[in-house]
Write a protein that binds this ligand. Structure first.
Ligand code: SF4
Length: 262
């Protein structure tokens, strides 16, 4: 995969590149900071790329008569444990700090309510022991236990994502072609997910695995506020000019494979 090509500019620079995945490729031209930046600061570009990939796969599914059934107002899947990369966690915390105090307080209450319900369901203690992430069977069991607790994501408002433009990559990458009502319980229903040949979220997780002793390389979204209090600055882990950081990210995307069952 060729690295991005910088054209010119002092504050920003244009970088053109081709992202190849499976039988597909995506030609993109983006504007990146010309000076020093971090992976967290490049997230808006990564989010747009991810959405473009998912939209392309969705169009393909539609062309073979299997349109994506995910719609605004359907938040059935938003009761799952959501893996958020450390870079996205950093950006979400920074975004929350820009909100008016009353909005921050409301969000904090939502997180506390979610944590409290998960604690009552006996899920919190199990999540805190990250050993479950080491094996596929344990990870699936943990995911189901979390889902069956029925706790909505703190960002879910009226069954719609209240942070849609900046939602985690993993949320963008979860698309299904089966009827939405089946998503109410994927453990018993035959939910037909669309397999993506590339997941940009996994590239961010891979960076996170390098940084932390935690084998996941991500944080469950519901722990976002607690994680934010640690003052971690993961963005600093990948730095350079915009062009350099983008190249490191694209190299990581090329190196990460998506398991067949995802
Ligand atoms: S962040 Fe948004 S899309 Fe993702 S689980 Fe929460 S409400 Fe749903």
């Amino acid at each position: 995969m060729p690295g991005p090509r910088e054209e010119s500019g002092s504050a920003t620079a244009n970088a053109a590149f081709t992202l190849s995945f499976g039988e597909n490729s995506l030609r993109a031209e983006v504007e990146v900071p010309a000076g020093q930046t971090t992976l967290t600061e490049l997230l808006p570009i990564i989010q747009k790329l991810d959405s473009a990939i998912v939209d392309g796969i969705g169009e393909r599914a539609k062309s073979v008569g299997k349109p994506i059934s995910c719609r605004a107002g359907c938040g059935a899947c938003c009761r799952q444990m959501v893996p958020v990369s450390l870079f996205e966690a950093e950006a979400l915390i920074a975004w929350m700090q820009t909100l008016p105090e009353e909005s921050q307080a409301e969000l904090e209450q939502r997180f506390h309510r979610a944590l409290s319900r998960l604690r009552d369901a006996g899920v919190i203690d199990k999540i805190l022991n990250s050993d479950w992430a080491l094996g596929e069977e344990q990870a699936t069991g943990m995911a189901m236990e979390y889902f069956h607790a029925g706790v909505p994501c703190p960002f879910l408002v009226n069954e719609s994502c209240s942070i849609h433009p900046i939602r985690p990559l993993i949320c963008r990458e979860y698309i299904v072609t089966s009827p939405p009502e089946l998503c109410n319980d994927p453990s018993v229903n035959n939910v037909v997910g669309v397999r993506l040949p590339v997941k940009l979220s996994h590239a961010l997780f891979a960076f996170g695995q390098q940084m932390e002793r935690d084998p996941r390389g991500w944080v469950p979204l519901v722990f976002l506020l607690a994680w934010g209090k640690s003052g971690a600055k993961p963005g600093d882990f990948v730095t350079g000019t915009g062009k350099e950081v983008l190249a490191k990210f694209l190299d990581r995307v090329a190196a990460v494979t998506v398991p067949e069952d995802e």
